[in-house]
Design a protein. Structure first.
Length: 248
């Protein structure tokens, strides 16, 4: 089982101990003339003559090539580094593919303190490693290759979880628990935790009655409205719309 902690540790290790260069479309392979030529042919607009020349300075066997989504593929395709890369078409996802397969999402202002959560903005992803820090594979003013960065100021718009990873939550005191009275800020509830379509409801004060596979299901919290609060929510809802108030 691969966990969010495994992903955070893997990414931090690569940022700290591996010499890397940003290579569009690659996923942790050793940089060689062959890999450069292959990717340049596959993505010609992403490999200028100058970029190719820069990469070819790194073909001594000590450098790896990767892009932002490739860092996550590298983790998945090596079983967190336990073996060589084994391609898997089911998890060959670009940034849009990661967004589309997400089992849960939230806006960046609701980022939970859970290392291994994936950070997202259009066209780019990173991995949260805790305490306001991230690891990302980038090219530009923040570096060239796999680097550590601060979450704040990088323009991340959302966080998300993916189905290939089991999410383990340490800081449970910060998360709503069964029995908590919460504020629901959404306006849709669902008949089950993985339903695609829901029905309109009125948010407000509610009681959390069940939690189902937090970090893996689409709508992990089951709420029942508190009488007299004006809320009408009675069903499964998205995690990022639930705010803890107090325990009964």
């Amino acid at each position: 089982m691969l966990t969010n902690k495994d992903l955070a540790d893997f990414c931090l290790n690569k940022a700290t101990h591996v010499s890397s260069k940003y290579m569009w479309g690659d996923y942790g392979r050793t940089i060689t003339n062959t890999t450069i030529d292959q990717k340049a042919k596959q993505y010609p607009t992403r490999y200028s003559a100058g970029r190719i020349a820069e990469l070819k300075k790194c073909t001594n066997g000590y450098w790896i090539g990767c892009d932002c989504a490739g860092l996550i593929k590298w983790f998945l395709w090596t079983d967190k580094g336990a073996h060589d890369i084994r391609y898997n078409s089911k998890t060959d996802r670009n940034t849009g593919g990661l967004w589309n397969c997400a089992t849960s999402r939230g806006t960046i202002d609701t980022l939970p303190e859970v290392p291994g959560i994936i950070l997202y903005k259009t066209g780019h992803v990173g991995v949260y490693i805790g305490d306001g820090n991230a690891v990302e594979c980038t090219l530009g003013s923040y570096g060239d290759g796999i680097v550590q960065s601060k979450v704040k100021g990088r323009g991340w718009t959302h966080w998300l979880t993916i189905p290939d990873i089991q999410y383990v939550y340490d800081n449970t005191d910060e998360l709503p628990q069964v029995g908590d009275v919460v504020t629901y800020t959404g306006d849709v509830h669902y008949t089950n935790a993985n339903a695609v379509t829901g029905k309109s409801c009125k948010g407000g004060t509610a009681k959390l009655t069940q939690i189902y596979k937090l970090g893996q299901s689409r709508h992990p919290y089951h709420l029942i409205y508190v009488k007299g609060s004006g809320a009408t929510v009675y069903g499964w809802v998205d995690a990022d719309k639930v705010k803890k108030i107090k325990s009964l």
